[in-house]
Design a binder for this molecule. Structure first.
Ligand SMILES: *Cc1c(COP(=O)(O)O)cnc(C)c1O
Length: 419
């Protein structure tokens, strides 16, 4: 038996853990010879496809040149190019780039920046507002601002208190806006953090750009910092480079990770406005930003991210995304006609639906395990969130592979419908 303790895995269930040997494009190749369509982009990271030749080449070249160097007070070309490239690509008003290693750390950095912003100005604001059902990562700070549930019950005593506004369900958007406005009136609110347009791990819950825009305006009106967690939604997932673009807004702080290296290496950035940076700018060492990790801005990861930026620049990425958006819409329309399917929904390249089980609900409902069992037999990698099935493939996925995904979902749902 392997000594490996896997993430989000109940080893006691003794489910098979397939050995993946290699991957290319939208396909994973297993040691037992099977080929699977990666319908969830290996947990939402792979954008242009696996083992993209340009990214792989950039990694190899950088690895032979400069592998790693301390980043506190030192710099290197891959990080400098990447920071310039990001600022050029991102909406105007985000002028500073702080590097870290994962979505969770990008979020921790954002929270610390927001609290530092107020602290350094001598203002007692330290409360964070969040949205119901949100997910921001698995470290203690990120868990604190995420939905509470079975995932974090054991750690709940450690989590800090936050203010929660309701999810803006269709038709109930005004209640969210009113609650946010009310919450922002408290004198101690430092920031509001939100996943723009799609709440990923919370069940692929979707809301409109008008609501996102209105939330940003409410925060601005109260001087509350607006943090967009674009860790999942960034890099084209919602049809545009950033989800915030669709709302025409510029947050004070933006978190990016997952697709920043095209899904090849761990890297994250937290982008900040001049005001957030300036609040830390001083001749007083006590006002510096107290955060680092050993591998901050690792040169090899930065080189991979630079290759990702070059792909966005030189290749018809937006056209691929637009084509995928259309195919996903067609597939969703077909799946919506299946029995026991509810709430078919789409934002950009992401489609999702709920499989209804009148007997039980929630992440640990029996629908989830039965769907997973079904998908294990299929030539696809799908990992439902409880009873929510979603498809979020790499942009290079072709029609044949996408059809295989649709077929696998159809079969799983029909099997479930049988008594
Ligand atoms: C995945 C995710 C995170 C955490 O990113 P990791 O790289 O897994 O730490 C944070 N926020 C959102 C919205 C995510 O989807």
């Amino acid at each position: 038996m392997s000594p490996i303790w896997h993430p989000f895995t109940q080893h006691g269930l003794q489910e098979p853990i397939p050995l993946v040997e290699r991957a290319e494009g939208a396909a994973l190749h297993l040691a037992d010879g099977r080929r699977l369509v990666d319908a969830i982009s290996s947990w939402w990271v792979t954008t242009h496809g696996h083992s993209h030749p340009r990214i792989a080449a950039a990694i190899a070249e950088q690895a032979g040149k400069l592998d790693q160097v301390i980043f506190a007070g030192w710099t290197h070309e891959p990080a400098e190019s990447l920071a310039q490239g990001l600022i050029a690509l991102m909406p105007e008003g985000l002028s500073h780039v702080f590097f870290s290693d994962s979505g969770s750390t990008a979020v921790e950095v954002a929270l610390k920046m927001a609290l530092g912003f107020w602290h350094n100005q001598g203002v007692a604001r330290h409360r964070v507002l969040v949205m119901e059902h949100s997910y921001h990562g698995d470290t203690i700070g990120a868990m604190s601002i995420g939905a509470r549930g079975v995932f974090n019950r054991a750690y709940e005593k450690l989590l800090f208190d936050v203010g929660t506004v309701p999810f803006p369900a269709a038709g109930a958007e005004q209640a969210t806006l009113d609650a946010l406005d009310q919450a922002c009136r408290a004198q101690d609110v430092a920031a509001f953090i939100v996943e723009p347009l799609v709440l990923g791990a919370g069940g692929m819950l979707m809301y409109g750009p008008e609501t996102l825009r209105a939330m940003r305006e409410i925060c601005a009106g109260h001087g509350v910092l607006f943090i967009a967690d674009e860790v999942m939604t960034g890099w084209g997932r919602t049809g545009t480079l950033l989800a915030c673009e669709q709302a025409g807004i510029v947050p004070d702080i933006v978190c990016l990770a997952k697709g920043i290296t095209g899904g090849s290496l761990p890297l994250a950035v937290t982008l900040a406005s001049p005001a957030v940076f300036d609040a830390h700018w001083s001749t007083d060492p006590a006002k510096q930003f107290f955060h680092s990790s050993s591998y901050t801005a690792n040169p090899i990861a930065c080189a991979a991210a630079n290759a990702n930026l070059a792909i966005w620049r030189d290749e018809p990425v937006q056209a691929r995304i637009d084509a995928l958006v259309g195919r996903q819409a067609a597939m969703l329309a077909d799946l919506a006609r299946l029995p026991n399917v509810a709430n078919p929904r789409q934002v950009g390249t992401i489609i999702a639906l709920d499989v209804v089980d009148p007997a039980s609900a929630g992440y640990l409902s029996q629908v989830g395990p039965r769907l997973r069992e079904s998908f294990r037999q299929a030539p696809v990698l799908l990992r439902p969130l409880g009873n929510t099935v979603y498809v979020m493939p790499p942009y290079c996925v072709d029609e044949t592979d996408l059809a295989a995904v649709g077929k696998a979902i159809g079969q799983a749902v029909e099997t479930l419908a049988q008594p």
